[in-house]
Design a protein around this ligand. Sequence first.
Ligand code: GLN
Length: 473
Amino acid sequence: MSDTAVERVSRLLEHIAKSGLNAYVTPGGEAALSQAREADRGKRPGPLSGVPVAVKDNISTRGMATTCGSRILEGYIPPYDAHVVQELHRAGAVILGKTNMDEFAMGSSTESSAWGPTRNPWDHNRVPGGSSGGSGAAVAAGEAPLALGSDTGGSVRCPASFCGISGLKPTYGLVSRYGLIAYANSLEQIGPMGRSVGDVARLLDVIATLDPRDSTQVRDTPRGGYLASLDGTDLRGLRIGLPREFLEGADPDVVRATHDSLDTLQQMGATWEEVTVAHAQYALPAYYVIAMSEASSNLSRFDGLRYGLHLPPGAKDWSTHFSDVRGQGFGPEVKRRILLGTYALSAGYYGKYYLKALQVRHLIQMEFTRLLRDHDLLITPTMPFPAFKLGERIQDPLSLYLADVDTVAVNLAGVPALSIPCGFSRGLPLGLQLIGRPFDERRLLQVGHAYQQATKHHLARPPGSAEAGGFST
Ligand code: GLN
């Protein structure tokens, strides 16, 4: 790139202001420009020096509003940076802005944001996926070369699939969650998003560092070297499993694109066979019980006293006051989940729902362990269909939950998964999901990169894209 960081950041901020995608809740403005100026003066050295990175709005940024797409956090400005944001600064990156998301990351369409939906750059009448839909749309439309999302049950992979970009849900315990505002702690990870697998690897190298502040991080595993692992296109000896349950009920174009991708990988030397995940049908209900239970506990900290939305307490008792704040501050989907989660954890129902879900989770973990012993990776569609229309599912929560059928088992098992573009259906991108062994991100990225050397799906750009610059290997 011949332009300066300041030129690039100003150009992107201008584009963001007028594109109409609503990918950003808070564009970086003067703070981003001043980081870019520092980079141009050589004062922000590092592997991402001067590179703009978009950050999902549930990742804390010091001095920059962080709302989780919710009114209850309106006006909240964190006094500290998340670990991953500290690492971005240390790598010389420019924080380009905070991206739109489903409220508290609960959703698969970015329609539950209090700040209005984000549009899919490929078709403005369609959703970008969710919950990291702002990050997905921004990268696809060239409004940022790189972005961070978070993935509790698919929230990095779903928007990657719907927007035609690459995105990784790292192994549970690889990336620090310090400063990520929790939705369901036992499931989520922060994940890198970019146009190519090379960009995803580059960003993972920066964020997957050790952090004593997250006690759930796994310490004794090798970290880093992700970009360096992208060598060659020879896949001889690679054994792939195709879980047949994940193709049942998928759109015929999705099934076709998955098989075409397997053909491509086979031509590069890999072998594949169909496998069975016997408990696959229980993943979705188990996921939603666990995610909602954890959410009901996590979201109790939002009481209108400590952060964000404040209401005058008046003469009411405190419990009425808290109900008023929460009644006004939370949107309908968040309320639904707090209620359902509280119910699943309540005396008499705990064993029937929460404990049962944990048992199913254990069975699914064991099945993935077994399948990933005999296979180097599993391949499935990321989503069962391409991006749907805005408004099509939002009134029917169950139909939205069902969209996550191919992504949630990965979070229950804690294993890593990469989504990469693998074709189009009626002009809309489709995603392929590569599921790997715990902490085997290098292999997922290597195979994804090899696939992108042999195909062109990831190079397609939606109409009206900006030129984000950056890498795109
Ligand atoms: N759609 C899923 C849910 O609503 C996943 C969201 C996520 O990964 N944050 O829970």
